[in-house]
Design a protein around this ligand. Sequence first.
Ligand code: PNS
Length: 185
Amino acid sequence: MKKCDFRQSGRDASGEEAQASKTQRPIVAVYPGSFDPVTLGHEDVVRRTLRFCDRLVVGVAETATQAKGSLFPVQERLEMMREVFAGESRVDCVSFSGLLVDFARDEGARFIIRGLRAVSDFDYEFQMAQMNRELWDEVETIFLTPEVHYSFLSATLVREVAALGGDVSTFVSPVVLERLQRHYS
Ligand code: PNS
């Protein structure tokens, strides 16, 4: 079988294409959520996003569409997020209030990243994606599925299990586990 040789087809990385990629706008995305607290499932979505995006702004929302009764204040969720992604130079963690589309626009991002775990997530995610597009028609929502091992994982369940004394060490990073243990000790 004939192999595709990009050099022969004029598409080698030192040619025009490389030049074009230097002048292209960086791909910036926002990953919004409540992150109360950040789980390994969220972390997985961030790392998957970094495969195709130059800069990712993780936005801890001060106003969530579905109020779930918060455990950690926004500032503490943000601190955990920053600790978890301290080694990722392409990830910025900030909090935001107001509309998600305004936050995305202010950050220079036209992509919203959301994790989709199961069909049960779909209605809510579909509604939000469509509403966000109504609010700003240049924005695209990209859904990523997490590692199958995390497909059942939610911050809500982590909070509940931790509150009842269960072991959540396989669901969150050590820095988050420490905060949960401190909270419930
Ligand atoms: O992790 P969550 O709670 O599912 O995240 C929901 C979040 C924060 C992404 C959503 O509630 C949101 O975008 N809030 C910001 C306010 C806003 O823009 N609301 C309209 C959304 S269509």
